[in-house]
Ligand binder design. Structure first.
Ligand SMILES: C[S@@+](CC[C@H](N)C(=O)[O-])C[C@H]1O[C@@H](n2cnc3c(N)ncnc32)[C@H](O)[C@@H]1O
Length: 346
């Protein structure tokens, strides 16, 4: 998934820098408190660390419930009537339900309303609605367990995202159906990260609340860098994850959720960031941030230095572009990994 701020492309830099500070301590716990797609937690899980993952968006919670908490094979043992090996074939064949996605995010479904939206083809929207509906029916009928439920929804989120008619985020749809959006949605099996030595837990909380109730060895923080709101940019993934019928508004049909992360404005971010550091019961604290973020490098250094020994790693990074046609922007940014070895007595 092409996610704003994803650390997929710089995971080696993050891993190597953290190991450089901490040493390769596989018995350590690692908390990814702004987990997003969960790539950072997944990486550490694969090396045997116990993971705590958290994000305040439900789609992220679902994705992390699968990649971080699922730690065994998915068997679909109660779906014998379909045939355990045929679950994906069965789900891919469904095209019987015109639900919320069809009615609100296709040009056919919105034909009679004031705003016509073109996020998915008719066919793909019907598949998304039908598959999401079937997952819920199986779950309510206790034919799939929690692990299977989160696994299947994660597969659907990834499949829907591949055929979305957007420039990658959902705050706008494209005027013409792009090629990848015209391909039939294909629900694919995703990897299951099995590391039986790990003990992993996923939360969906505000990080400043959660931090008061957890403790561990390594805290990794990757907050939003700017004003862009994740709930607006990924609103359709949120709706697919919940499978609900929310009130929506505007041309993009975003969920009526005006909440804004404290990390989306400089003034609030500085206060929230210091609060997070102050309450963290973790010895090793790392912050990913770039040179264009709303908190300056000076803001961050000043706060972190109050609580222990501070240092910093950096790397040039290719810019994330939601809209590739926009010119005039710098091609690279500097990605920092700020380090605090916390004096837990302070
Ligand atoms: C830069 S992204 C993280 C990207 C992630 N490291 C990855 O590689 O996919 C920031 C994440 O912080 C989450 N977030 C924003 N404010 C939050 C808060 N107050 N508490 C918890 N999560 C928050 C957003 O939903 C978003 O997923």
């Amino acid at each position: 998934m092409n996610y704003i701020g994803s650390k997929h492309s710089i995971i080696d830099f993050i891993w190597e820098s953290i190991i450089d500070v901490v040493g390769d301590k596989k018995n350590y716990s690692f908390c990814d408190i702004f987990a997003g797609t969960g790539v950072v937690g997944r990486y550490f899980k694969s090396y045997g660390y116990d993971i705590i993952a958290n994000d305040n968006q439900y789609y992220s919670y679902v994705i992390n419930k699968h990649f971080i908490e699922n730690n065994d094979n998915i068997t679909f043992s109660k779906l014998r009537s379909i045939g355990i090996d045929n679950v994906f074939i069965y789900l891919n064949s469904l095209d019987n339900y015109k639900g919320f996605i069809y009615n609100n995010y296709t040009s056919e479904g919105t034909r009679d309303s004031d705003i016509s939206r073109m996020y998915f083809t008719e066919n793909n929207a019907i598949k998304i609605d039908s598959i999401r509906n079937q997952i819920e029916v199986w779950y309510k009928d206790k034919l799939i367990n929690d692990n299977e439920y989160y696994y299947l929804i994660t597969c659907l989120l990834e499949a829907a995202d591949r055929v979305a008619n957007t420039a990658s985020v959902y705050e706008a749809f494209l005027k013409n159906m792009k090629k990848s959006a015209q391909i039939d949605l294909d629900l694919r099996e995703l990897p299951i990260l099995i590391n039986k030595n790990t003990n992993n837990k996923v939360y969906m909380e505000d990080c400043n609340e959660l931090i008061k109730h957890i403790s561990g060895d390594i805290l990794y923080m990757d907050p939003p860098y700017n004003e862009r709101k994740y709930n607006t940019n990924y609103h359709i993934l949120e709706t697919i994850a919940y499978g609900d019928n929310p009130d929506i508004k505007g041309i993009a049909g975003v969920r009526c959720d005006d909440s804004r992360s404290k990390y989306n404005s400089r003034k609030n971010a500085i206060i929230a960031f210091e609060d997070l550091i102050k309450n963290a019961k973790f010895k090793y604290i790392f912050l990913s941030y770039n040179d264009e973020g709303i908190m300056s490098i000076g803001d961050i250094e000043k706060i972190m230095k109050k609580y222990g020994t501070y240092s910093r790693y950096e790397k040039n990074h290719k810019r994330y572009k939601a809209n590739k046609s926009k010119g005039g922007m710098r091609r690279t940014t500097v990605e920092y990994l700020h380090v605090l070895i916390k004096d837990l007595e302070v």
